[in-house]
Structures are given as structure tokens and as C-alpha cells.
Design a protein around this ligand. Structure first.
Ligand code: CTP
Ligand code: MG
Length: 231
């Protein structure tokens, strides 16, 4: 059944889905690769559409797949599909460009984090609504982290307690994200990093193990197992 978005919601969610998925190995753009018989993008958009504050979903698709993505998502939820760019940041900028100014909160989510629970999407939006200009979902770092030289000699051990792994969706006041992207100079910085560079505080909320980024072949196997957990 096609989800209905909340016409009075205050949140737009941008879903960059234009990457090649090179680390996943041969088989086409990652967002269109199948997990339990459905493309990753369908899993991701279904969960975004189930978040009650969401009024608008904008997907940045691979240029060659725009019509295919529109057809694929039509039965899932009402979405706007735009052409992605060569870098993720450009895909995000192109999606951001179609969000009307009256939508106050913009979340940037990865199609590759296909199993992110709606509750995380809502909690990021709620923290922005509560007054934080930028909000990221995070998890504690579990491994011991070493700093090394270029020849792989250990320089020292980093204090793990002050480190966090960062997930998506990252949430922003609309104007904050728009200004950060307008000023962006480094294509490798994530959306929150652009806001940090502008000198604004970025606030952490709890992420979820289900929000893992599907990157390598092993991640597809793990994601398939996670799908079978009670959600
Ligand atoms: N993405 C995008 N446009 C790009 C590059 C990435 O919209 N030019 C999106 C991807 O589709 C993905 C998200 O950004 O949903 C996170 O990127 P990543 O996990 O690196 O995906 P890919 O770039 O597709 O994978 P890889 O780096 O292995 O090629
Ligand atoms: Mg990539």
C-alpha cells in the first residue's frame, strides 16, 4: 500500500541514492541492489515514509535510473526524484534545491542505511525542533582505536570514550543546511561537518544498530539477518 505523508509535517528527508556501490562489488547502483527481494532504496523510503513528521521525501537517483526509480517508488510513497551528482555532497545539494522554504527541518539520510528505524528519524527531527541547529545519530565506538604512521607503526591509543560513530539521518534547520551547502568547499565532508565548519554546535542523539550502512558484501548478509529480527 502507498504510504501517505503528513501534509502538516515540518520535515523534508533527502535520500541520496546516486552512488555506484563500488565496494559492494559488481551489480549496478547500490540503492537498487536487492535485500530480501526488494531494492535497498525501497526499504529505506518505506521507513522514512513511516515517520509521522515527514511531509516531503526527495530522492537523488543515478541519472540513468531516474525513471526507473520513480516507477519503483510510486507504489511505496509519494517522492520527488532528482538527478544525483558525481559526489554525495552534490546529490544532497540537488535534492535540497527542491525543498520549499516553508519546510523548517531537513534530514539527510543515506539510501544505504536501508533499515534505519522510523523512531530514529523522529528523534533526530524532534531534537532539531527542540532548538538544536544540527543533530546527528551516533553509537559508541566498540573497537580499540590506534593512531598509526604511514608505515603502520602505532603512535598511540585513542581514548575511545570521547569517540562516536556517526550514522544518518543527520538533521538540520533548513536555513543552516542551505547555508552550509552554499559555502561547501570540501566534497569529502559530511553534512554535519559542513555545519561544524560554520562554527555551529552539532548535537548527538542515540543511533541504532539497525542503521548500519550497507557497504560491503558482508553487510548485505548482516542486513538480511537484521530484517528477521522483530522490528
Ligand atoms: N551517494 C549519492 N551520490 C553520490 C555518491 C553517493 O547519492 N555521488 C549516496 C549513495 O547512494 C548512498 C550514500 O550516498 O546511499 C552513502 O554513500 P556510500 O555508502 O559511499 O554509497 P556508494 O557511493 O554507492 O558506495 P561506494 O562508495 O562503495 O561506491
Ligand atoms: Mg561512496
Amino acid at each position: 500500500m502507498t504510504a501517505k505523508l503528513n501534509a502538516r509535517g515540518d520535515v523534508a528527508v533527502l535520500v541520496p541514492a546516486a552512488g555506484a556501490g563500488l565496494r559492494l562489488g559488481p551489480g549496478g547502483p547500490k540503492a537498487l541492489r536487492l535485500l530480501a527481494g526488494e531494492p535497498l532504496l525501497v526499504h529505506a523510503v518505506r521507513r522514512v515514509a513511516a515517520s509521522p513528521s515527514v511531509r516531503l521525501i526527495v530522492v537523488a537517483a543515478p541519472t540513468a535510473e531516474i525513471e526507473a526509480v520513480r516507477a519503483l517508488l510510486a507504489p511505496v510513497a509519494p517522492v520527488t526524484v532528482v538527478a544525483g551528482g558525481a559526489e554525495r555532497q552534490e546529490s544532497v545539494s540537488r535534492a535540497l534545491a527542491v525543498v520549499p522554504p516553508e519546510v523548517g527541518i531537513v534530514l539527510v539520510h543515506d539510501a544505504a542505511r536501508a533499515l534505519t528505524p522510523p523512531a530514529v528519524i523522529e528523534s533526530v527531527a524532534a531534537a532539531v525542533r527542540a532548538g538544536h541547529p544540527a543533530v546527528i545519530p551516533v553509537l559508541p565506538v566498540v573497537d580499540t582505536i590506534k593512531e598509526v604512521t604511514p608505515d603502520e607503526t602505532v603512535l598511540g591509543t585513542v581514548d575511545r570514550s570521547v569517540l562516536r560513530s556517526v550514522q544518518t539521518p543527520q538533521g538540520f534547520r533548513h536555513s543552516v543546511l542551505a547555508e552550509a551547502h552554499a559555502a561547501a568547499a570540501d566534497p569529502l565532508t559530511d553534512d554535519a561537518g559542513l555545519v561544524e565548519k560554520a562554527g555551529l554546535p552539532v548535537t548527538c542523539v542515540p543511533g541504532s544498530d539497525l542503521s548500519m550502512k550497507i557497504t560491503r558484501p558482508l553487510d548485505l548478509i548482516l542486513a538480511e539477518a537484521l530484517l528477521h529480527l522483530p522490528q
